[in-house]
Design a protein around this ligand. Structure first.
Ligand code: ADE
Length: 323
């Protein structure tokens, strides 16, 4: 628990998540309601929203305010047995670093724990995963794909500017809020780097979205998120993975050989965009240059596929119909 920044009473140390508690002492011990700490009892838990290997996300209503949240519940025993406590801490640190500034990223409101579990109180994205929409609809319209791609680029740009690489971007981690706007989640594999040049080692990710550099030299950088972006744009429009073999190994072979083909009718500008993201050399992907350079995220935003996007109203204008 210590490693997680959580004190012996089972509460988080104040950290950056809430104002510091008053100093404890006999005379002040009854003042805890002034700086009330949040705990599981403050919420009424509802249905399960999603399940991961080490966690379950549940709908929860904050009793005092009536507000609804998504609470990620992590099993401490399971985390410990699998040496994943550090991963849970990394996820928390990443979420804290990302803060509440960007509308396209799930915000962490509070964390707390009890004897068995760690709890992350997150923004609720009521319309679920983009993945299930793609599955249900078969694919998304070019218009819709353009909109979600633009929102994802804006969220990635912000995240990368804060030094965070997601490393497991996929439509399961793209949630839709009440207004059908995108919210990026699951920073359990996130990595904090201090500069664009710094690279993170060790594998993470999901077979179909893994970049060639991760497979070949076991290195990721911000540009690996751009590779995944290319895979996601392809998938939204085509309704299938860009790279898919009969086994994980065969999928990886296809990725390394850049073996993918566009289906008939795939929008020409989207084709051009995808082909500039699915590039083997991470430094040559569209948007991979340092901020201010010729190939920075501005270059990505300026691609002709986005000519109809109003970037200033990206998070305030109504979302196009999901079709
Ligand atoms: N499933 C996983 N995380 C979620 C969230 N924040 N909101 C809704 N459903 C989720």
């Amino acid at each position: 628990a210590r490693e997680l920044g959580i004190d012996s009473e089972g509460h988080d140390r104040p950290g950056e998540l809430r104002p510091p508690a008053p100093p404890r002492g006999p005379s002040r011990s009854r003042q805890s309601s002034v700086n009330a700490r949040v705990g599981a009892d403050d919420f009424e838990f509802g249905r399960v929203l999603g399940e991961g290997s080490y966690s379950t996300v549940m709908l929860a209503r904050h009793r005092a305010t009536g507000r609804e949240y998504a609470i990620k519940v992590l099993d401490k025993g399971h985390l410990k047995r699998n040496n994943k406590l550090a991963t849970a801490l990394a996820e928390k640190n990443t979420l804290v670093r990302l803060g509440a500034e960007h509308p396209g990223i799930v915000h962490l409101h509070w964390t707390f724990q009890d004897e068995w579990s760690l709890f992350f109180v997150l923004d609720l994205a009521r319309n679920g995963e983009l993945q299930s929409r793609i599955s249900r609809l078969g694919s998304l319209s070019t218009e819709c794909s353009r909109y979600y791609t633009a929102q994802l680029i804006d969220a990635l740009d912000y995240m990368h500017s804060k030094g965070v690489i997601h490393r497991d971007l996929k439509p399961e981690n793209l949630l839709l809020d009440d207004d059908y706007r995108l919210k990026l989640t699951d920073f359990g594999t996130g990595k904090i780097v201090n500069s664009g040049a710094e690279r993170a080692k060790t594998w993470v990710g999901t077979a179909q979205y893994i970049s060639p550099e991760l497979l070949e030299v076991n290195e990721t950088s911000k540009s690996s998120d751009l590779w995944a972006l290319g895979c996601i744009v392809f998938q939204m429009i085509a309704g299938r993975f860009a790279f898919q073999g009969l086994s994980e190994y065969l999928t990886w072979q296809k990725i390394k050989q850049l073996e993918y083909t566009f289906p008939d009718g795939f929008d020409e500008q989207a084709k051009d965009l995808v082909s500039k993201l699915l590039v083997r050399d991470p430094g040559q992907r569209l948007g991979a240059g340092a901020p201010g350079s010729e190939n920075d995220m501005k270059a990505l935003r300026s691609h002709p596929f986005f000519s109809s996007i109003n970037w200033k109203e990206l998070w305030t204008a109504a979302a196009p119909p999901l079709e």
